[in-house]
Ligand binder design. Structure first.
Ligand code: ZN
Length: 136
């Protein structure tokens, strides 16, 4: 909170917590301490009951592809060498949605409804991302 302009800080604090957990090799999501509703992306208030109390709980990491697209060039230069790749929205068992990529699977074989599990992957030195792979 800023002394010059008192107001709640933006949600970056919650985002930082999410990414710190990923950096530690864990996929954790927020759960309301009052009603138990999971929430993601991270945010300071429960959309179900309005509570600001919450915990960071381990996610199962299991879910299914809810939406999918295959990225082809042209794209941002930083991603050009990775094309084509699948960008997905995964609905975790906890009911929240996580955006990521599916690895170890040809992008044109990624389909809505495909069961997946998270794999926290170091994509470059010092950077871990929650990616997904097909599960059986
Ligand atoms: Zn709640």
């Amino acid at each position: 909170m800023s002394a010059a302009y008192p107001r709640p800080d933006p949600v970056a604090e919650d985002d930082l917590r999410f990414w710190a957990n990923v950096a530690a090799g864990e996929l954790r999501i927020q759960r309301c301490a009052d009603c138990g509703t999971h929430r993601h992306p991270p945010r300071p208030i429960c959309a179900a009951c309005g509570s600001t109390a919450g915990d960071w709980v381990p996610a199962s990491g299991r879910g299914e592809v809810w939406a999918s697209t295959v990225i082809h060039p042209p794209t941002l230069a930083a991603f050009a060498s990775r094309t084509p790749y699948a960008a997905v929205v995964v609905r975790l068992e906890e009911g929240v949605f996580v955006v990521g990529n599916v690895v170890d699977c040809p992008p044109d074989e990624v389909a809505v409804g495909m069961p997946v599990e998270v794999t926290i992957t170091e994509v470059e030195p010092g950077l871990r991302l929650p990616l997904f792979r097909a599960s059986r």
